[in-house]
Design a protein around this ligand. Structure first.
Ligand code: FEO
Length: 397
């Protein structure tokens, strides 16, 4: 990808990673991008780098604009290696003596990732660095989503470089929200659900803080995916809504199945939910990636989980999913458990325990089916779905 001038004197010199399909356990069918930004003024700054294997592309992109040795400052908003992997190569090319701006935790973390004795400049929150006509302001955003995370803001242009926040795993030549269109919101939702959901209280505080500071944000440049130039307010509003755990009249029925019995129960439960006016999707865990399921969990009011009993326990895919979901801390959900069994039948109790540990509201005891659900068994599952559906509608969300 060639550099793109996103605003006067400001270039995205990052790269597309077209072929990555699994980003540390998150499915990325559209690949991703590692965005990095060059700000040209009387002084020149590079904001963030890219994954190590794309270092040459980044240096080529910078060189298409300016001799890399003319860069005066390097800013690292976040240490994770998809944004710092190329740092050693880039610093070598730019000049090891150039100041490297980062948060105090960034200094600590970068020092633990790289053995180079660079000229670190750990910032104070809200510290400014003048480049001439443009000023970089550094804003600490601890735990969004690493302790080292920070934003960089150019007040004269109203541009926020937001690191991972507001990002999407999406590779494309199209670099802006108005070019890609509304479909980008689904990628943003997936990103939030799988990376940021657990930090919801911090996101609310951050948005409040940014609003109090009165930053006039005209453009948001995340380190992944498209740049929000037409509607930066739209993605901020979405983050506010998601971080408040807003839900729809919607349920997710997640299951695995050995001989289609738990699947029959899932279908009957989903039918019962649907007939109460709830949007619902049965999601078979061997066909749906857990990160796609979490995208739906984000704004669903109920999560109903089904597993056959295998070796006196849960099916492994269900254990995997429950562990993953627990870490992301979804809140204010109704939970339900179901499953078929042959002789011991522990799976339903185990699922319910996990959902209770996540503080899900268990409004109906879980249901079991011995071997294949007969007509009565299917009716029980249908009624189970109906009752959860009624509770979703009654919740008023
Ligand atoms: Fe895109 Fe936290 O790295």
């Amino acid at each position: 990808m060639k550099p793109v001038e996103i605003s006067k004197g400001i270039y995205d010199v990052g790269v597309n990673d077209w072929n990555i399909k699994d980003f540390h356990g998150y499915s990325t069918p559209y690949g991703t991008s590692y965005n990095a930004f060059l700000v040209i003024d009387e002084k020149i700054a590079l904001i963030d780098t890219v994954k190590s294997e794309f270092a040459d592309q980044l240096i080529d992109n910078i060189s298409a604009i300016v001799d890399p040795r003319k860069i005066d400052y390097v800013v690292s908003n976040h240490t994770e290696m998809d944004h710092s992997g190329a740092l050693a190569r880039v610093m070598h090319r730019i000049g090891e003596e150039k100041p490297l701006y980062c948060s105090k935790m960034g200094h600590k973390n970068l020092s633990q990732h790289f053995s180079h004795d660079w000229h670190y400049h750990p910032i104070e929150n809200s510290e400014e660095l003048s480049l001439g006509e443009k000023t970089l302001t550094f804003l600490e955003t601890r735990m969004l989503h690493w302790p080292d995370s920070m934003f960089t803001f150019i007040k004269e242009d109203g541009i926020l470089f937001s690191s991972d926040a507001f990002g999407q795993h999406y590779a494309g030549f199209e670099k802006f929200d108005d070019v890609v269109g509304h479909t980008i919101m689904l990628h943003a939702q997936k990103y939030y659900a799988n990376i940021l959901m657990l930090f919801a209280p911090l996101i609310q505080k951050l948005v409040d803080k940014v609003r109090q500071m009165g930053l006039d944000i005209k453009m948001i440049c995340p380190d992944h995916g498209i740049i929000w130039r037409q509607s930066p307010g739209k993605i901020i509003d979405a983050y506010v809504q998601w971080s408040r755990h807003h839900t729809e009249h919607k349920a997710v029925v997640v299951y695995d199945t050995m001989w289609h019995s738990t699947e029959k129960m899932a279908d009957a439960i989903a039918t019962g939910l649907y007939e109460q006016g709830v949007r619902v999707r049965p999601m078979y865990l061997r066909k749906w990636h857990r990160s796609d399921i979490m995208t739906d969990v984000l704004d669903a009011k109920a999560v109903v989980v089904g597993s056959p009993t295998l070796n006196n326990g849960l099916f492994p895919t269900i254990s995997d999913f429950l562990t993953y979901m627990k870490g992301l801390k979804p809140q204010q959900k109704i939970g339900g458990a179901f499953g078929s069994y042959g002789w011991s039948g522990e799976s339903v109790k185990l699922i319910q325990q996990e959902l209770e540990a996540m503080k899900f509201d268990i409004i109906e005891p879980g249901i079991k089916s011995h071997f294949v659900p007969d007509t009565d068994g299917s009716n029980t599952a249908y009624e189970f779905g109906k009752k959860i559906g009624q509770a979703i509608i009654a919740s008023g969300d």
